[in-house]
Ligand binder design. Sequence first.
Ligand SMILES: CCC/C=C/C(=O)SCCNC(=O)CCNC(=O)[C@H](O)C(C)(C)COP(=O)([O-])OP(=O)([O-])OC[C@H]1O[C@@H](n2cnc3c(N)ncnc32)[C@H](O)[C@@H]1OP(=O)([O-])[O-]
Length: 664
Amino acid sequence: MARYELVKRSVALITLTNPPVNALSSAVRHAMAKSMEQALNDPKVTAVVICGENGRFCGGADIREFAGPLRGPPLVPLLDAIEAGEKPVVAAIEGVALGGGFELALVCHYCIAHFKVNHFVLKIIKAVGMSRAAKPLSSRRVSMLTTPCPPDLDALLEVVTMEVKKKARGVMAPLACIQAVRAAATMPYSKGIKRESELMATLFNSGQARALQYCFFAQRTAGKWTLPSGAQWNNSKPREIRSAAIIGLGTMGRGIVVSLARVGISVIAVESEKKLLETGKQMVIGMLERDAKRRGVSASLNLLKFTLSLQDLKDVDLVIEAVFEDMALKKRVFQELSKVCRPATLLCTNTSGLDVDALAGVTDRPHLVVGMHFFSPAHVMKLLEVVCGPRSSSETIATAMSLGKRMGKVSVAVGNCPGFVGNRMLKPYMDQATFLLEEGATPEQIDKALEDFGFAMGVFRMSDLAGLDVGWRIRKESGLTGPDVDPKNPPRRRHGRRYCPIPDMVCEQGRFGQKTGRGWYMYDKPGGTNAKPDPLIQNLLEMYRSRYAIQPRNISDQEIIERCLFALANEGFRILEDGIAARPEDIDVIYLFGYGFPRHRGGPMFYASMVGLERVLERLEHYHQAHPDVPHLEPSPLLKKLVACGSPSVQTWREHIKTMHSHL
Ligand SMILES: CCC/C=C/C(=O)SCCNC(=O)CCNC(=O)[C@H](O)C(C)(C)COP(=O)([O-])OP(=O)([O-])OC[C@H]1O[C@@H](n2cnc3c(N)ncnc32)[C@H](O)[C@@H]1OP(=O)([O-])[O-]
């Protein structure tokens, strides 16, 4: 946990040894305290060096221990002892120095940030020699330093506070940091430290801290995918991918090309027409050049090839199809790929919800077919849903997961069903929002409630950004609206359940969102981003309500949050029951990285657990009773089961889910 050695007969070297990141666990703190005592009491020791094993100084407190009560010696007295000690202490920093690890470095009298380990001992000895020859230690103690305080501190912090409140809506920690900076600038050290401890205690005991800790581990859990067959992340070897092809240079295809090329993978990009190919090529080159400039590297344009011919794909390791979301078209592409590509080439589809197994079925290699659902813009968004068809091999899944990681994505393995995890859950969430419009709410009221909850964008602003026509086309294709609707259907019912036609009416007016300058809001111009409430939408809602004799009522923010978010989580429970996601953590990671769910709320499933499953169940029952024609509000059997089992912690829900239904 901490190794103690005497180097050159006078330097005590204390090495933190707690892999993987040398976190300050109770055992490490205990060993550190003992080692420091030994070093300070040994007359042979003239200086102390603290470093971390395996190229990492210290990743901070051991977050795993936050779940329980504090054990072992606290960190602060150890830090005080180092700072006040009469022997110079040097922090030899390599890799990370985060949180408590950073504090540890700060209280040391000297810090060396070094890269070449072979120079390690030499540098330390030099630094220690310097410290002994130089001024007394008092000038090196952080508590003795005066903090510069700008004369306009209040105004400065006011501006920063406003900015933080805008960017990190509802998040406590950044605001507490500003208060800590104020304390550092205006109070003596001992009082400032006390103030910081109070702030830390407030944060530490908040639900937000628990949510953020959960998110940290959920993200890492998601990478540890597992299938009912026993194949999992640590027993399935991914293939090495050196070359890839992208079919379709629309928005998604372009983003995927950029994501691949910037990690050094050769990419062949295919389009069906010369004009589309040329436009796509120019855009990809521009995106790569801007990206390279931002990162201070040269753009990897030599890795790109643009072509109109699928024949050029015969030797690539992997193909990602990113054509229009049309099953017949995708099937034609996959049939063609089967003929053209060598038998070992992996065939991936970037679909946002179509049946991956149906596509696998038209190929000569269903075991090498997998879904890779990127989120737009694909070179920016971190989420990747890896959709495992029933016939996808473990090697195929491992390859897609590992390729996602290589591209810097947070990859989550999910099962194959309409909409997979993310978009399947989105439907009940959006349905609730439109039902609330019918009942008396406005788009801006609903968006404000969701944004106050912490979403970067409410559901209507988000839809305007994404484009309303996409969902409209899907609804037309599935016979929910348009000429194919059975005229016997009442206007507000489909398949025996409640249906809200308002989104269709908005689209019928050519209002497709930001791109047309009109959607749920109005914008200054097509492509504008400044959303303003539109009186025409208000009129449309009023006419709609009067046509269907709906008496509008006042709807509270609480009802908006409960109906939208509990319906979202309820679908998450069904997804777990159906085995489309292996764990609640996977669902939460998808919502955090793909749908802007506020991180300090932990994701929809964690949020439900924080509200209390009993309460979620009771509210869903209440709303379902009021709206019996909305099946999404009927509490899922898994939710009921978990409540009956005493609402166990989210990390143990998996034990209550029958794995026999798994689609993963
Ligand atoms: C008391 C005074 C107040 C102090 C407060 C604090 O210090 S608050 C803390 C302030 N510190 C932070 O907030 C730092 C949080 N950590 C990080 O930001 C990153 O992990 C990293 C940059 C250290 C390494 O990134 P990377 O991409 O190279 O690697 P990776 O991310 O994949 O992690 C590898 C493995 O290490 C694990 N693990 C990591 N850190 C901790 C930890 N502190 N604890 C426990 N475990 C930790 C991680 O779970 C994973 O385990 P797995 O899945 O293999 O079993």
